[in-house]
Write a protein that binds this ligand. Sequence first.
Ligand code: BGC
Length: 773
Amino acid sequence: MKHIIVILFIVFTAQIIAQTNTDEKINQILDQLSLEEKSFLIIGTGMNFPGLSSKENGPADIVGPTIDVVPGAAGTSYTLKKFDFPAVIFADGPAGIRIDPKRDSLLNQTFYATAFPTASSLASSWDIEILNEVGHAFGNEAKAYGVDFLLGPALNIHRNPLGGRNFEYYSEDPVLAGKLTAGFVNGIQAEGVGATIKHFAANNSETNRLQLNTVVSERALREIYLKGFEIAIKESQPWSVMSSYNKINGVYASENKDLLTKILRDEWGFEGFVMTDWMAGKDAVAQMKAGNDLLMPGRKDQASAIVEAVKSGILDESILDRNIKYIMRQYQKTLSFNNKISSNAPDFEVNKIVARKAAAESMVLLKNKEVLPLTNDTKIALFGNSSYETIAGGTGSGDVNKAYMVSIKEGLTNMAFKLDSKLISDYETFLKIEKAKIPPKKNFLEMDVLVQEKLWDINYLEKIAKNNDIAVFTLGRTSGEVQDRKIEGDFVLTQDELNVIKNISEVFHAQNKKFIVLLNIGSVIETKSWVNHADAILLTWLSGQEAGNAVADLILGKVTPSGKLAQTFPIQIADVASTKNFPGRVLDSNEKPVNPIYGVPSEEIYEEGIYVGYRYFDAFNVDVSYPFGFGLSYTTFEYSNLNILQDGDDFTISCDIKNTGKASGKEVVQLYVKSALGAIEKPVKELKGFTKTKLLNPGDSQQIVIKTNVNELGYYDTKSHSWKLDSGLYNFILASSSKQIELNKEITLEARTIKTTEQLLSPQVDINELSRN
Ligand code: BGC
């Protein structure tokens, strides 16, 4: 023990000395900078996008632009020539490094990046180690390409299935999202590349995103929308945080001191710097004061406004110095700063293995009536456009310029499955003709247009059914930045899609042959209307460039499915509590957007309060298609020997998990806690921890351990602005889904005030919040 204390003391002292040295250096630099020069350190060099580029140099000793150092990167800082400060490079995004794959100056070389599974896919792994591995792979690739900061991961909440960027976000639950984020960030940063967690905060829809006012209670903010960020900050200290576009209760996130200084820094101890989302907020001076250190992608008028504000006494220069210090402390850790030469040769062979493994660990088996796995002598009739044009990810900044894509057809072929060649050739001809009709995209923000499904006639289907053992149909969806999803034809299937599924099902079933549906989608869709047509449903998500191989791994049973849902699949969209307010209302219907990207002023009132996802469905007894935490396996698991050890405020919860089936597999174990009833209503139960077993062979057991702490079990009391715990019985539940309790034990806890905070981010209007009372 003594030794540990001494080591900790030495490490801590070394950190302080290093920090002091860094700060001294930064102070010396600040002393020698003019106000104008300083103003170029808190903006980026502008964006390489038609109409937005500010490709001009700063003052003599601050040079720019540097946007072409890594073409296609989302932004860079200015170089500070006087002190040999190089520019640092920021690149998107959560599913892979988004840079241009080709450069005019280097025609013989390519700069493709690995497309990893998107976040909604990765979340279903419920596996912090996998996220960490993906983070390492990302970090490695960023390093090879000379990227200093990754603009990811993103962890906004899946508040509603229609959220346009849900595919870039993890979950409807903040604990799951926060812990997975921390795993990912720790992986990236261990490679010497900074992570930027985004979009802070309450940015859960895309419509009018630059002008949207999110109206939300303090309690919902604390328990749902800030919680994941709090966990990620405390468990991984990302080098940077990106503030979001929207307003929170009337103040832009990027101009919000309560959010960026009082909560993020003072309460949670964030040590990195805050950057804006691209072109977010309106008032550069307010952003500086709020603690939004860096303005991205940066415009000269922002720098000038800051200089003017200091000169006229509106902005204290010490605030500018403070913000520069936060930025510089992190810049000094970067590859660019430490003169690391980029190899431009990432280890794609290693990264593609990581991408395939992560994809396979994340797919969720939703239904299996004794169909899967298949042997590869099965003759498969492969239907659905996405079987051939499998979708790797969404559009916008989360898109990745990848070198290749393994479609489901290719994955199954690689695994030696027998695919019907006539059907393949008919699909390929059909897709070629239909794709030629789609105009090319004008820019990366434009959504991909998918080809409508072909309605094969019954005679054709009957012939195909005769020649094959089984039918597989893949349904595809894409979505992206700037717009939210639609209900008709997106959340709900089109009539043609429903007809194709029904026809294939009826024709194959008439010949006693089974039918599997694969869902190549980024977020939740309606399933009830067609679920009975399918004998098996595998949710493959948008799983990156190795998706086809991963699907084949699962279909063959080389890997047993172990993914579980990180979000609820409701029966219908109206069942989701937030739908009635999603994506908000336009405040002035006469106002026309100057630019469609900016949208018009609007507001979105979070009347559902804390009742998001399973917290709502549980509390209001609303049936769902698939509950949060659900996922089938090719094997079965038995839970036994629940033990809860309490040491002061810490709980160690353990149990044995035994593989009682015939296949090897992994089990995700979920810890929910049902709180004591008190004066203030609470969700029925909430996720407090989770873990995944190792690969268990039939008959094997493993003792799993999940930890939590009394202070994690409280609720936020808006009246006293504090986190509190009611006294009484707390039910600790180990579950295989939010609906499937396996073991539980009650523990009595005493009431306490966990932490009193300031009154921050309060709504300025009354919110008619949903209540069980
Ligand atoms: C997105 C961010 C992204 C940035 C830079 C914005 O439109 O909201 O997530 O990192 O662009 O590309």
